[in-house]
Design a binder for this molecule. Structure first.
Ligand code: ADP
Length: 487
């Protein structure tokens, strides 16, 4: 997928945007860099991350001779302030990485502390999970200033600076304050909460001010952008124009828009059609037989609704006893933020719930739940997407949810049914999914039954509609759409 051919194809799909980035350098700033440095015998090697953002931005950075600024993820390779050139694969243009070096303490307070124990839960509307710690806030402030300082060292006014996500909310204003000729763009990859939630955050005001240093702020869906405009109006008393999505500041305007992130649709579809994936899928099928496969895939995070989903599967087995031993629920979870207390507590709860349900319903046949707790390769993941008769994607709150989109793209046989939480950003586009309230266990269990019973023609029609939309609005569309008015 990341072959030279793929990169060329990606440029085609960027269309006119290729010209913009060929003439102006793109400088991307995010907490983590797209490549992880590892110390190997022959020196330091760089392993490319597999996320959607990296896939989309890698070709743009190459054609723009660009720069990506971020933290190395503490892989121990000690890249202190270094700049390296990514020149692989051979024959492709290169781009540069600039490493922001963080101490153990900074990582603890800025990343695990303020970003993941304060902002993450608040932004997802989980107020009760949020921890307010002024030492964490101070380190977040200092670390954001440090990121901004690195940008100021590296960037010039003709660059397009694109800052990403909640870890770096103060960066836009730090940059603009010190050099008003630099005009950063910002994209938030999480939801933005309603005013009544956001105002609970003792540092809500500086966070809004930080973001408003941007030329433009992008959110996944209109609801998040509207929440942001509400907060700006009520907390900062700044005039906003909701119609055109603009915040009026003295001497300038900040654009606020909704741009749902997506996936590389063609890449997922093509992977689903490879021999390797088909073989894997067949192997799973011959093991599972004709049981109905229900699939959940998530980073192990309390926002993903895994516990409630398990309870819905349990309720389904109680209500529809003839389906015992005729369904298999596969839950794939990738370990996440295991240093954070709330995540350890949740993992224990998930482990125990699975054990309890399997203990209860394993008769002469199989346990109803298969639990896979690790990171899968792209091929392994897509093979599961292919065999899943039903994808049960039920986060309590999710900025977008790319799993839902990946499942749709990988459903080349068009016989799968997507059950999707109405609280995921993806629900706004995937309207042919069966939308559910993940906290309504009874209705989710009923919806599983409805999905099993759905006629083949209806499954195909729904899947085709979702695929058509996704094919058009892929990850490249997202970038084009975000930068549409930049010239
Ligand atoms: P989040 O950004 O909150 O983690 P998303 O649904 O937007 O949630 O994105 C999750 C990404 O992680 C997807 O691209 C998905 O393919 C990947 N992923 C999730 N679980 C696994 C897993 N067990 N193995 C490999 N990749 C995974």
């Amino acid at each position: 997928m990341d072959s030279g051919g793929g990169e060329v194809d990606a440029r085609d799909r960027l269309g006119e945007l290729s010209d913009l980035f060929a003439s102006r350098r793109l400088v991307v700033v995010s907490n983590r860099l797209p490549y992880n440095p590892h110390r190997a015998r022959e020196g330091i090697c760089y392993i490319k991350g597999s996320g959607g953002l990296v896939t989309a931005l890698d070709p743009i950075l190459r054609l723009s001779n660009g720069l990506w600024i971020g933290w190395d993820g503490g892989t121990g390779a000690s890249m202190k302030g270094k700049r390296v050139t990514i020149s692989e694969p051979e024959g492709e243009e290169s781009y540069q990485l600039r490493f922001v070096d963080l101490t153990e303490k900074e990582v603890g307070h800025y990343y695990y502390g303020f970003s993941n124990r304060t902002l993450w839960p608040i932004f997802h509307n989980f107020i009760g999970m949020s921890r307010f710690n002024s030492v964490h806030w101070k380190t977040y402030f200092k670390t954001n200033a440090y990121f901004a300082g690195t940008i100021l060292e590296e960037a010039n006014p003709s660059d397009i600076i694109w800052v990403h996500d909640y870890h770096l909310s103060l960066v836009p204003n730090f940059i603009r304050y010190q050099n008003p000729d630099l005009k950063p763009y910002f994209f938030l990859h999480t939801p933005f909460p309603p005013y009544d939630t956001f105002r609970v955050l003792p540092w809500c005001k500086p966070i809004l001010e930080g973001l408003l240093g941007s030329e433009k702020i992008g959110f996944h869906v209109k609801g998040y952008a509207d929440n942001f405009l509400d907060c700006v109006e009520k907390i900062l008393n700044a005039p906003v124009d909701r119609e055109s999505g603009v915040v009026e500041l003295p001497g300038r305007e900040v654009k606020v828009g909704s741009h749902p992130i997506s996936i590389d649709y063609n890449a997922f579809r093509d992977t689903a059609l490879t021999k390797q994936v088909m073989k894997r899928a067949q192997k799973h099928r011959s093991r599972i037989g004709d049981r109905v496969v229900i699939l959940g895939v998530d980073r192990l995070d309390y926002t993903k609704g895994i516990k409630e989903r398990l309870l819905a599967v349990e309720r389904f087995l109680e209500r529809y006893s003839r389906y015992r031993n005729r369904i298999l629920f596969i839950q794939v979870a990738v370990p996440s933020r295991t240093r954070v207390e709330e995540y350890r507590v949740m993992k224990k709860e998930v482990d125990e719930t699975i054990g309890r349900i399997n203990g209860r319903f394993t008769g002469e046949g199989w346990p109803p739940i298969q639990y896979i707790y690790r990171l899968l390769s792209r091929e392994e993941l897509v093979a599961y997407y292919r065999i899943a008769d039903i994808a049960l994607i039920t986060p309590g709150r999710d900025g977008m949810n790319l799993i839902a989109k990946e499942y749709v793209a990988s459903q080349v046989d068009k016989q799968g049914v997507l059950i999707l939480s109405e609280f995921a950003g993806a629900a706004e586009e995937q309207t042919e999914a069966l939308l559910v309230n993940p906290y309504d266990i009874e209705t989710v269990s009923e919806t599983i039954y409805k999905a099993i019973k759905m006629p083949s023609g209806e499954k195909r029609a729904r899947m085709e509609k979702m695929q058509d939309l996704l094919e058009e609005r892929d990850i490249y569309y997202w970038v084009r759409d975000f930068f549409e008015e930049v010239s």
